[in-house]
Write a protein that binds this ligand. Structure first.
Ligand SMILES: Nc1nc2c(c(=O)[nH]1)N[C@H]1C(S)=C(S)[C@@H](COP(=O)(O)OP(=O)(O)OC[C@H]3O[C@@H](n4cnc5c(N)ncnc54)[C@H](O)[C@@H]3O)O[C@H]1N2
Ligand code: MOO
Ligand SMILES: [Mg+2]
Length: 430
């Protein structure tokens, strides 16, 4: 008689996993390698940006008060007393009706309080002495980029746990981080199990398939921000699998296996957890696909037993492993970001469990539409390629129609969410 498993809601299962999650450590990396990592400290402005008043144009810096009576009928002449490019500082004094030729980015000379663009003046010279004519009145502050107008000293620019995108790289450089404190990546081990599995380079033979889950999971780990330790694939042999899992555990922060978690004759993971003395957090989730997803813990270290079915494996990773990784990377929002969208086509098949359909979203007149991304079975691999979201269809006795508003979890989003599992709408007609 096969063991009976009682299904637990997804939110409850995620909560159980997160009880064993922890924040990781900090390491310093050169700024060139910081892109794609996660900040281990708040990024705080320790100076104003810009740190001095500067010119946003190539032109002439003057005293605005000297231009008060300038107009097209009354051009006023200014003596050019110097010239500065970006990076240079004008050392002299600027007196009444004097101007300094200034380039974009250069510091405004002391005494000046406005800039006029090159195109708006007429230049002339008498001998070596240059002059300009100004035909319009300037106000104090015209064409000046003020100290601190971009960033005020003391501002928190990005919180600990923020994904370092190109803009964050620019800020890190602006504030002098040649070395950046980033979250150390958790080492995530991967073992694939299954006697049917071939290496990617092998020719297909009867009854065998290529091992695709491993490479899918390796990519998911990287996308989530973890570091991969791949232990290869194993035949369904209890002793070999047991030893592999036992040895791998000591080398990783968390271990993922794929396959062998259901109730079949060669599904050895439940017996392996038992022999290891690990505690099962859950072994049946009220969801499709991935209902057999099993998570155990041994001395506080998590073992994720993901299903062998590719779509089930994929979903199990995103719902349970991803938040573990993101929390380790200091995120306060480790879960998938949830949005509402219009369902793009009917989904008639009802199911007692919550479904996570691989979806693809698009926009139509500013509205988010989500459509299943392809063949929808637990064993499907093709629909994963186009998936950028998971459509959440709560369990029940009715199907879902095109145009209903549904919840979607965004797979490529970098913000995440604090907790997407409350008030999942049973779906309603718009
Ligand atoms: N009598 C029952 N049978 C099954 C149940 C059940 O409750 N009672 N659950 C079904 C569900 S739901 C799922 S999901 C699968 C889960 O199976 P396992 O997690 O034990 O995985 P396997 O049996 O090892 O493989 C399932 C399927 O996936 C293919 N696979 C496995 N590994 C890979 C890989 N690395 N790359 C690509 N594909 C892989 C494997 O060949 C099988 O086709 O159990 C149902 N059965
Ligand atoms: O665990 Mo299965 O994926 O529910 O079909
Ligand atoms: Mg099985």
């Amino acid at each position: 008689m096969v063991e009976k498993r009682s299904p637990i809601s997804v939110g409850e299962c995620v909560r159980k996993v997160m009880e064993y999650s922890s924040k990781g450590k900090t390491e310093m990396v050169p700024i060139e390698l910081a892109y794609g990592r996660f900040l281990a400290e708040d990024l705080i402005a320790d100076h104003n940006v810009p740190s001095f008043d500067r010119s946003p144009y190539d032109g002439f810096a003057v005293r605005a008060e000297d231009t008060e009576r300038a107009n097209s009928n009354n051009p006023l002449s200014f003596k050019v007393v110097g010239e500065i490019g970006a990076g240079a500082v004008f050392k002299g004094q600027v007196r009444a009706f004097e101007a300094v030729r200034i380039m974009t980015g250069a510091q405004i000379p002391e005494g000046c309080n406005a800039v006029i663009m090159l195109e708006l003046v007429r230049e002339s010279s008498v001998g070596n002495q240059k002059y300009i004519e100004i035909k319009r009145q300037l106000k104090i502050g015209d064409n000046i980029s003020f100290q601190g107008e971009d960033v005020k000293k003391g501002t928190i620019l990005a919180k600990k746990g923020t994904y370092i995108n190109p803009g964050i790289s620019a800020l890190l450089a602006t504030f002098g981080y040649s070395k950046v404190p980033v979250a150390k990546k958790p080492v995530v081990g991967v073992i694939a199990t299954g006697s049917e599995l071939l290496e990617v380079s092998e020719q297909l033979t009867p009854g065998k398939i290529r091992n695709s889950n491993s490479y899918m999971i390796l990519s998911q780990i990287e996308r989530a921000g973890g570091s991969v330790k791949y232990f290869g694939k194993l035949m369904d042999d209890f002793d070999k699998c047991f030893l592999a899992v036992q040895n791998a555990l000591s080398e990783v922060d968390v271990l993922i296996t794929t396959g062998g978690v259901s109730v079949g004759d060669y599904d050895y993971l439940p017996a392996i957890y038992d022999k290891l003395g690990a505690t099962i957090l859950f072994n049946k989730v009220a969801m499709r696909p991935g209902s057999v997803t099993t998570v155990a813990q041994l001395d506080g270290k998590l073992l994720f037993g993901l299903s062998g079915n590719p779509s089930a494996c994929y979903v199990g990773f995103e719902l349970f492993v991803r938040p573990f990784i993101r929390k380790y990377l200091f995120s306060d929002k480790p879960h998938l970001n949830r949005e509402s969208a219009y369902l793009g086509e009917d989904f008639v098949k009802p199911n007692p469990f919550t479904r996570f359909i691989r979806g693809k979203f698009s926009f139509n007149n500013g509205q988010l539409i989500v459509t299943p991304s392809g063949f929808n079975k637990s064993g499907a691999v093709s629909s994963l390629a186009k998936a950028d979201s998971l459509i959440v269809l709560p369990g029940g006795t009715r199907g879902y129609q095109k145009g209903m508003i549904v919840d979607v979890l965004l797979l490529e989003d970098k913000q995440g969410s604090e907790w997407p599992w409350d008030n999942i709408v049973p779906s309603y007609k718009s």
